[in-house]
Design a protein around this ligand. Structure first.
Ligand code: PLP
Length: 375
């Protein structure tokens, strides 16, 4: 059976040119970047060239880029550093963040010394910026604002600039989980005054287990992992050299081909919307799918029936890989905290379709045909 993969917000296929760039660092160039002889010098050079490339693409200084093990570690680091090193006593976030943010905030605000609150959401799932301003104005303690650039389940995009302006007005630290946008949009951090952003390689055809944390050079933070002097004493441990090389290559590729790839993927999303509306009764969409939204994500809502309750499972046995939300594995929906936050209707079933450059219109036609049978 030919499988159809429409879960690219969960992870993406590694690009061939990314693999080619990584392979020498898995084979012949295996030196430890901390070694001073030639083997070490060549891998040190690879890590630092990758850092320069990433910094150039995000328009920041190389010293502001720290390589991590991915989005989860970067989110944890930004939040922990804000509390521990930057004096933040109150965290403002939203209840539709990824668990890598939500669970970290919940963990660190379990005693009275650190508190947290969530901003209100508008009916379409966007952040209510008036409420954010009200909350910032009411706080006497220093705040961390952690709001994701794009929601991984419904695709809504945040105006980082608008949030950054509010954070600067009220003296708050601003972190944004950009895991679904770095590698999908050109991001110029010179135009947004921000303290931390997180990104992850496997969301844009790079390798798994590698990400970055951008840390604004105005901040003084302590190391998160102690040990050797890697990452300028900030994150000890021998570098994931081939992962770092792959991350930079994938980001370079994404930026080079942004226009063509994003418009192709957007055409797939638009086609899926029109086909669903034409061929599936009573379909609706979660989030602001035709407005300020990722071109890669479409969250569809179907009426709950005996058949549609088993939708993810039935799609899976037909070789169609989609998800019900980030915490769900196909076939075993545990419900999504994002969908329940924006739409409490128990009589609907949500399915996230997420697209990449490797998907085709024919695949969408095949999925629609299957949906007609199994809904
Ligand atoms: N943040 C968002 C918005 C995500 O979609 C993900 C991945 O699912 C993460 C964080 C976690 O990233 P990683 O898998 O690199 O730890």
């Amino acid at each position: 059976m030919n499988r159809i993969y429409l879960d690219n917000a969960a992870t993406t296929a590694l690009d061939k040119d990314v693999l080619d760039a990584m392979l020498p660092y898995m084979t012949t160039h295996y030196g430890n970047p901390s070694s001073i002889y030639s083997y070490g010098r060549e891998t040190r050079m690879a890590v630092e060239s990758a850092r320069k490339m990433v910094a150039k693409l995000l328009n920041v200084q190389p010293g502001e880029i720290f390589f991590t093990s991915g989005g989860t570690e970067s989110n944890n680091t930004a939040i922990i550093s804000s509390i521990r090193d930057l004096g933040c006593k109150h965290i403002i976030s939203s209840c539709i963040e990824h668990h890598a943010v939500l669970h970290t905030i919940e963990h660190y605000s379990c005693d009275d010394s650190i508190t947290h609150s969530y901003v209100k959401l508008l009916p379409d799932g966007h952040i209510d910026l008036n409420d954010l301003e009200k909350q910032l104005a009411a706080q006497s303690d220093k705040c961390l604002v952690s709001l994701m650039h794009a929601n991984n389940e419904i695709g809504n995009l945040l105006s980082m600039k608008a949030v950054s302006d509010l954070c600067r007005k009220y003296g708050a630290i601003f972190h944004s989980d950009c895991v679904q946008t770095v590698g999908h949009y050109p991001i110029d951090l010179k135009r947004i005054d921000i303290d931390f952003i997180s990104a992850s390689g496997h969301k844009f055809h790079g390798p798994k287990g590698v990400g970055i944390l951008y840390v604004n050079s105005n901040l003084q933070i302590k190391p998160l992992i102690y040990g050797g002097s890697q990452e300028r004493n900030m994150r000890a441990g021998t570098e994931n050299v081939y992962g770092i090389v792959g991350f930079a290559k994938a980001l370079e590729h994404a930026n080079l081909h942004y226009e063509a790839e994003s418009s192709y993927i957007k055409s797939l999303k638009d086609y899926m919307i029109s086909q669903l509306q034409e061929k599936i009764a009573d379909v609706s969409f979660n989030g602001d799918c035709n407005g300020s939204s990722l071109y890669t994500v479409l969250n569809a809502s179907f009426p709950k029936t005996e058949k549609s309750e088993m939708l993810l499972f039935n799609l899976d046995i037909n070789g169609i890989c989609v998800s019900g939300g980030s915490a769900c594995s196909s076939g075993a929906s545990q419900g999504s905290h994002v969908i329940s936050a924006i739409n409490k209707n128990e009589n609907r079933v949500a399915v996230r379709f997420s697209f990449s450059k490797y998907n085709t219109k024919e695949e969408i036609d095949a999925v629609i045909e299957k949906l007609k049978e199994i809904i």
